[in-house]
Design a protein around this ligand. Structure first.
Ligand code: B12
Ligand code: SF4
Ligand code: SF4
Length: 393
């Protein structure tokens, strides 16, 4: 989702009349007032190794089915390739620190783990609204043209945040902040104004010899420190990947039904983190540890109601219930088998296939007894393939 509504243009006459003596200080103060937790500045003419690294990532196919990374590659490689007139970036951070260690839920396999970032309202809408407010204020006070971005535009936000000194890209590839650990959403405003930059954080110094995030990854998604193969990442598999998830990953998903926090949560810099102050990002009680059996029974209307204003809504009921059924299959909880069996005749082939796999994991004898009739009646080739599979680890 692009939030470019711009360019928003300020009136030079008005802006001269009101222009503050310290524009950076004024922008920062306004950003904090609007509820952002961090604000820093970068020039766009500095060193930028990120572009070539992105090209290598795409050339190696590590973006998987996120074809938009390839189609927007040239614009995505540098902020000025996206917008030639841009001179400076205002980079904003919003703390979404949890109130505990999200990995604790892994000890309760009958419950679903939804990634921390999706426990409250959708951050895109929240940040977009605030960026627009800040942008409108900047345009009126300082003039220039600007565009606002959060997440879905072809702008590399993490290297930009590192260039602005908000933190550094850690070995898990996310931005780590000395003040907020790994729990910081990013947004940015590109502007034609020449704003004084902050000092860049620079390099990998603050990770040192630590490799806690690399060792924490359940699916070995890091081919090397600072590099992610998205095709192996649970966040990609559960959110972005459309079809059946490859069998090699299904048990490793555990009870993670939407995104993953393991590498973020493992980072020792989180000891400086604090709980999110933004009310709309606080965890909704109902999403903290929902029962897998309840989630597997969601129809489209119930799914939409449960995930109203939540980022989870974006993936739709079928993909979500697919994830829930994999979690049921990986749970080792035989009493969840009826919840899987109840989905064998689902209208969605994606759901039927995941239900068959879950039943096979929990009740192999029951699965074997049903398989011949199911194979004969099932029209979808991918679901038939599930019924034809021998039990595998
Ligand atoms: C595509 C994408 C994904 C993909 C790919 C993730 C990835 N690491 O690339 C998937 C779906 C897997 C994903 C997952 C998540 N995402 Co995401 N995602 C994005 C998106 C849209 C683009 C990122 C991108 O350009 N990736 C391409 C790769 C090549 O870029 P890169 O990670 O910066 O790669 C750098 C390193 O590899 C490094 N590098 C490579 N080699 C070397 C060698 C050395 C020596 C060094 C020092 C560095 C280095 O250089 C590269 C360029 O800077 C951004 C939003 C945006 N517009 O930027 C959000 C974003 C990165 N995601 C975000 C979040 C929160 C997540 C999740 C935590 C969500 C969750 N809980 O499930 C996970 C984290 C998984 C992980 N470990 O990265 C936040 C991160 C905030 C932060 N503090 O960093 C962002 C910025 C969204 C936002 N606006 O807040 N995401
Ligand atoms: S989000 Fe999870 S699966 Fe993805 S890299 Fe981090 S630990 Fe691995
Ligand atoms: S866990 Fe260690 S290696 Fe990973 S980002 Fe944090 S400090 Fe760096």
């Amino acid at each position: 989702m692009s939030v470019r509504d711009g360019p928003q243009t300020g009136s030079p006459a008005r802006s001269r009349a009101r222009s503050p003596a310290d524009p950076r200080g004024a922008i920062r103060a306004r950003a904090l007032q609007l509820g952002f937790d961090a604000c820093a500045f970068a020039r766009l003419d500095g060193p930028w190794p990120a572009g070539e690294r992105l090209r290598a990532f795409v050339q190696a196919g590590r973006h998987g089915t996120m074809g938009w990374m390839q189609t927007t590659l040239e614009r995505r490689m540098h902020p000025t390739a996206l917008w030639t007139e841009a001179r400076s970036a205002v980079v904003l951070g919003l703390n979404y620190g949890p109130d505990g260690d999200p990995r604790a839920l892994q000890a309760r396999p009958e419950r679903a783990a939804i990634s921390v970032y999706a426990h409250g309202d959708d951050y895109h809408a929240l940040i977009k609204g605030r960026l627009k407010q800040l942008g409108g204020w900047m345009a009126a006070r300082l003039g220039g043209e600007l565009k606002v971005f959060v997440d879905t535009a072809p702008l590399m936000e993490k290297p930009l945040a590192e260039a602005a000194g908000l933190g550094w890209q850690g070995k898990h590839t996310n931005l780590v902040s000395r003040a907020f650990g790994s729990w910081l959403f990013l947004g940015a405003i590109l502007t034609t104004l020449e704003l004084e930059p902050d000092a860049a954080s620079g390099g990998d110094g603050a990770c040192g010899s630590c490799r806690a995030c690399l060792d924490a990854c359940p699916t070995d998604a890091f081919p090397a420190p600072y590099q992610l193969d998205a095709r192996r990442c649970i966040s990609y598999l559960t959110i972005e990947h459309a079809g059946p998830i490859p069998r090699e990953f299904r048990r490793k998903l555990g009870n993670r039904v939407y995104g993953c926090d393991d590498c973020l949560a493992a980072c020792p810099w989180n000891k400086f983190a604090s709980q999110a102050r933004e009310a709309r990002l606080q965890a909704r009680e109902v999403l903290r540890a929902p029962a897998l059996a309840d989630l597997a029974a969601l129809d489209d209307a119930a799914f939409r109601a449960l995930f109203a204003r939540s980022p989870v809504k974006r993936i739709g009921r079928d993909r979500f219930v697919r994830n829930v059924l994999y979690a049921i299959g990986a749970s080792g909880q035989g009493d969840l088998a009826p919840a899987a069996e109840a989905r064998l005749d689902d209208a969605s082939a994606l759901v039927r296939g995941a239900a068959a796999w879950a039943l096979q994991q929990l009740r192999p004898a029951r699965f074997a007894a049903l398989a011949p009739a199911r194979l004969a009646a099932e029209p979808d080739p991918e679901v038939r393939a599930e019924w034809a599979q021998p039990l595998s680890p």
